[in-house]
Design a protein around this ligand. Structure first.
Ligand code: PMP
Length: 356
């Protein structure tokens, strides 16, 4: 319940609802918030233990070393990079900077549930554009629209990805329009649009350490775009929270980037486990959308989505179910360790068997 003191501008705000984070972790195999099953790189933990800046001092407001490490990793200039407190923060900055009542945000009807919340929070107009029946996104639906486009690629919660060439078509079609590409899941088999940032002034890429880099609890994300875009977003950052990255997280980020082999190996394992899980589910008769992410989107004619979620939960497996009508018959399942996926497949089979 809100108090009577709350500003009228927030009276209709419906906050984002994160996936469950049960405290009795022993009870569940947790496949509901797309975290990595692997710990962060041991080299990064060592590096951070040795190199965290004194905690009695503020963190570096420029996150200069981390920014340089990100720029090196992606082959861009440091002034094209902004590190943020999770990628949710860079997304919020982009809504603040590039949408308002006159310039709407444009995004899919089925995509990351935080986009409409950011739009509401910032008092911005927004329009949702339906995905096709197969949950694919058609770029032509956006080409003639006015507004700032937000595309999650791969999309969430579907896992479906677009090739860079399609996104480039949108970016190039009208350079007076900003296109924000949310690449939270790009490392699991999709193509990154980062190379477009060297060519076009109107594209912003948002990525995160939360998924492929096993650092969801550290809250570290970043944006990559033209120097001018990053300068806009920096103005917002310095007007919101100059010390947005704490010193421990910053040191971990640098350590993680120094061990890309570990990240790549973990991504390969997740992709193998994804293939194993999809094959197992298809054998059982489940429908699974083609996924380029560390999760899959699953449905069955034999068990309704909400029921599948509830029975799995009783069996100690947490997945994510969304009540939104168009996807209420689906569940999103994070790809975890091989053991977790074996347990998930066994439970999924039991659910169907119990339905016979
Ligand atoms: N984008 C998408 C599509 C996501 O699913 C998530 C994770 N909830 C995020 C961004 C934000 O992740 P984080 O703030 O942990 O970087």
């Amino acid at each position: 319940m809100m108090s009577r003191y709350l500003s009228s501008k927030f009276r209709n705000l419906e906050p984002y609802v994160p996936g469950e984070q049960p405290q009795d972790m022993q009870r569940y195999i947790k496949l509901n918030t797309n975290e990595s099953p692997f710990p962060p790189s041991p080299k990064a933990l060592d590096y951070a233990a040795q190199n965290t800046r004194s905690l009695n001092l503020y963190s570096d407001p420029n996150s200069a070393e981390l920014t340089k490490a990100l720029a090196r990793t992606y082959g861009v200039e440091p002034d094209m990079v902004l590190a943020t407190n999770g990628s949710d923060e860079i997304l919020n900055f982009a809504f603040m900077a590039y949408t308002d009542r006159e310039n709407p945000a444009l995004f899919a009807d089925v995509t990351y549930g935080f986009y409409p919340v950011f739009a509401e929070l910032n008092g911005s107009a927004y329009e949702t554009i339906p995905l096709r029946d197969d949950f694919s996104l058609c770029i032509d639906d956006y080409i003639d629209k006015k507004g700032t486009v937000f595309i999650a690629n791969p999309n969430a919660p579907t896992g479906v990805a677009l090739p860079v060439s399609e996104i480039e078509r949108l970016v190039a079609s009208d350079t007076s329009r900003i296109v924000v590409v949310d690449e939270a899941y790009v490392d699991f088999g999709a193509e990154s649009c980062i190379p477009l940032t060297r060519k076009y002034p109107n594209v912003l890429i948002c990525q995160t350490f939360s998924k492929s880099r096993s650092f969801a609890g550290g809250r570290l994300g970043y944006g990559i775009g033209s120097g001018q875009i990053i300068s806009d977003l920096n103005a917002i950052k310095y007007s919101t929270n100059p010390y947005n990255i704490n010193s421990m997280t910053s040191a971990m980020g640098i350590g993680i980037l120094s061990d890309e082999a570990y990240t790549r190996a973990n991504c390969r394992t997740i992709m193998e486990n994804r293939k194993y899980t999809v094959e197992g589910l298809e054998k059982l008769g489940f429908k699974v959308l083609p996924s380029s992410a560390n999760f899959i989107f699953v449905s069955s004619d034999r068990v309704e989505g909400g029921q599948f979620y509830s029975i799995l939960k009783e069996k100690g497996i947490l997945v994510r179910h969304f009540t939104k009508e168009r996807i209420s018959n689906w569940c999103r399942v994070t790809i975890g360790s091989r053991r977790s996926m074996e347990a998930f497949l066994k439970a999924a089979k039991e659910v169907l068997d119990e339905k016979l």
